[in-house]
Design a protein around this ligand. Structure first.
Ligand SMILES: [Fe+2]
Length: 451
């Protein structure tokens, strides 16, 4: 996309494309005068089959703004052509763009259950949905998910409040809210079967498709809406996963109106989760060329946003990160992830957020992988504009430093005295360890855990 826009600008300005970058604009490039601007807008609209309104046109101050306009205006069918999504498991309908969620009213009818996170955080979301469906849907039930990752008890409690089978379940929240929706639908379809019976991989029968799953993510990175996995906690054996491709949402809304006010720590944690999905997916044992462009596009977007808006406060930044999260979520769902996630899953028992755990361990895991084999990370880095994998890792180290992520001992008291033997065994039994690119000795893993 970026190279296509640069090519288009270079043709309009009649200069070599090497002279154009994302910062180029009328202020710093004399040839980009008002006549050239008209030419650029006409060519841009023709190329991307868009009609810009006055507000869009006035927002163009540099090449990067044109990139935002494509992201804002591109429909999901165009995404398929541009990003090669056909043939991949993905939501049937993607609605995206700031203030785009109103389009959901065109895709939804009948009884609807809306599941939200905690009451205080999500009351604003509830109002938005009530306004949207005021004239369209009369039978709407709002439920708040109990805090933390879903348990069978939580799912039973929520399901018992639903009197008749709805046509839609809408999840508005982070990964655990969206997973709760998947599990509530499973329970509604199979009320007498305990969730643990569906743990054998892909054992859940194909859903009849009568209850649509609709997700409105409120963070930049869980990837739950594009994931075939639903995670829940069991008292006896900790975190468990049910796998079904029917868990990929039927409709997803990526709208930064739902990420406004996201606390900075959650914004950065979930963004680093998204980075980890893309990188660990790219270097995983599941080698899938078809998702490479999604890895590159996702990471380029995240790097550009974090380098220009360190606070992640602008709604354009959040909109771009939502889209990057969609792409890295697709990667995760097809290629799985690796050791960073294996560690993160097993240390979640200490109540530390998933993305924060990834942030703590990603750099050291990548350094280990790089010490075993350089070429794959080097290729990834080159595609992102770095000379080698080492420089990409350095960029990540800087991000971890800037956001003051710290080390695991900052989050768990007396971490060095825990039972590492057991923890290492659990990490190596985690489902994601099967796709990490290189096995690791217990001693090397211990070093990473204690860094
Ligand atoms: Fe993750």
């Amino acid at each position: 996309m970026e190279s296509k826009i640069i090519q288009l600008i270079s043709l309009s300005l009649q200069v070599d494309k090497s002279m154009i970058n994302l910062e180029t604009g009328p202020e710093n490039f004399p040839a980009w005068d008002s006549i050239a601007m008209l030419d650029i807008i006409t060519n841009f609209e023709n190329e991307f089959d868009l009609t810009l309104d006055l507000e869009d046109i006035l927002s163009i101050e540099k090449v990067e703004d044109l990139l935002h306009l494509v992201t804002k205006n591109t429909k999901s069918s165009d995404l398929e052509l541009d990003l090669g999504l056909s043939g991949l498991i993905k939501p049937a309908t993607i609605i995206r763009g700031t203030n785009s969620f109103g389009e959901l009213a065109n895709h939804i009818e009948g009884e609807t259950v809306v599941i939200l996170g905690s009451k205080t955080y999500s009351s604003g979301f509830r109002n938005k949905i009530e306004d949207l469906f005021k004239y369209k849907i009369h039978d709407i039930l709002f439920l708040n998910k109990p805090s933390g990752e879903p348990t069978e008890l939580h799912i039973d409690e929520l399901t018992s409040k639903i009197e008749s089978t709805p046509r839609n379940i809408v999840g508005i929240g982070g990964g655990s809210v969206i997973d709760t929706c998947k599990l509530v639908r499973t329970k509604l379809n199979h009320p007498k079967v305990p969730l643990k019976n569906w743990i054998p991989r892909f054992s859940l029968p194909k859903e009849a498709g009568e209850i649509k799953l609709i997700s409105i993510p409120t963070t930049h990175g869980s990837g739950a809406e594009t994931s075939s996995a639903a995670v829940f906690n069991t008292k006896k054996s900790g975190k468990k996963v049910i796998l079904s491709h029917d868990f990929v949402s039927n409709i997803v809304v990526y709208d930064s109106l739902f990420t406004v006010g996201l606390p900075k720590s959650i914004a950065i944690d979930t963004t680093i989760d998204s980075i980890t999905h893309a990188i660990e997916g790219y270097i995983s044992k599941i080698n899938m060329d078809k998702t490479d462009k999604h890895v590159f596009e996702s990471l380029k977007t995240i790097i550009r946003v974090l380098d220009s808006d360190i606070e992640i406060k602008k709604s354009e930044s959040q909109q771009e990160l939502l889209f990057a999260s969609f792409l890295s979520g697709i990667v995760q769902n097809h290629c799985s992830v690796g050791l960073t996630h294996s560690i993160s899953h097993q240390l979640s028992r200490y109540g530390i957020p998933h993305g924060r755990l990834n942030a703590i361990f990603l750099v050291d895991v990548l350094k280990y992988n790089y010490s075993r084999e350089k070429s794959k990370l080097d290729i990834l880095a080159e595609n992102l504009g770095y000379d080698n994998g080492s420089l990409l890792i350095q960029w990540l180290e800087e991000i971890i430093r800037v956001y003051e992520i710290g080390s695991i001992s900052d989050y768990i008291d007396n971490f060095s005295s825990i039972k590492f033997e057991e923890l290492i065994k659990d990490i190596k039994s985690d489902i994601t360890y099967t796709t990490t690119p290189f096995d690791i000795s217990d001693d090397e893993l211990l070093k990473i855990l204690n860094t």
